[in-house]
Design a protein around this ligand. Structure first.
Ligand code: SAM
Length: 236
């Protein structure tokens, strides 16, 4: 269970109304029951229920069960698509391991709807479900050009370029990538990238275009494929 509170031996953790309903009504946990907690900073902790009210309660941390495990230092830049598919991208990115989600708008972006708070909650849920001890940063939507203009030195950007579909797989673009590489993956919208965007991307020294195989994939499939290729190259 994710809590936005410090965790440590003997640390008391307050339980708010929503989590109280889940823990004490849905899961039927009573005083003395154990709950695994994480906050994205202090690893995973076993906590005991000490108060199980209807609308609130309290836990006390006993012992750390796992140290903090950070995902690869990998950002995912993608263009928001339809709601369920955007949710899918967020969920799979958390499961496969990214440190930051960066929605970007491009010329052919169909949906600029991105609720940062809702998507953070969605990322937390995905982290809880897959046993992660951290939650990626969830950025606000911004134009692709702006994200590229402020690009940090030393971070490689793997650009999923649909024009390369059919020219092998991505192995070559990932040469030299290992567990310590600072990276990012860029996935376009359903309409692909415009000519201007392609020209911009081709001219940037930190960009490496990648093919994701012989067929044109949907944006959410492309995100999963690229993340898996990165994971295989980086080794975690
Ligand atoms: N409308 C575009 C076209 O027909 O060429 C296809 C866009 S595709 C649905 C969405 C995004 O997924 C692309 O912008 C690209 O980033 C990525 N993508 C899909 N298939 C790919 C492939 N085989 N290789 C590299 N990137 C791919």
């Amino acid at each position: 269970l994710y809590v936005d509170q410090p965790l440590g031996a003997g640390q008391a953790v307050a339980v708010g109304p929503e989590q109280a309903t889940y823990l004490f009504a849905v899961m039927r946990l009573a005083v003395g029951a154990g709950v695994l907690l994480f906050n994205g900073r202090d690893g995973e902790w076993l906590a005991r229920v000490v108060d199980a009210g209807k609308r609130r309660g309290a836990l006390v941390c006993e012992a750390q069960t796992r140290a903090l495990q950070l995902p690869p230092d990998l950002w995912l830049l993608f263009s928001p698509v339809r709601k369920e598919r955007t949710n899918f991208i967020v969920e799979k990115a958390v499961e496969l391991g990214v440190s930051r989600l960066m929605p970007v708008t491009t010329r052919f972006t169909q949906s600029e709807r991105w609720r940062q708070d809702k998507q953070l909650a969605h990322a937390i849920e995905a982290a809880e479900q897959c046993g992660a001890t951290s939650v990626p940063q969830v950025g606000d939507v911004q134009p692709l050009e702006r994200a590229l203009a402020g690009w940090p030195e030393g971070r490689v950007l793997i650009w999923a370029d649909e024009a390369l579909a059919g020219s092998g797989t991505g192995a070559a673009a990932l040469t030299g990538v290992d567990a310590g590489t600072q990276g990012a993956i860029l996935i376009g919208p359903e309409g692909g990238f415009s000519d201007d965007e392609k020209a911009l991307l081709r001219g940037l020294p930190f960009v490496r275009p990648i093919s994701l195989g012989p067929r044109i994939l949907r944006a959410e499939t492309a995100a999963v494929a690229a993340l898996v290729l990165w994971q295989m190259a980086a080794g975690d």
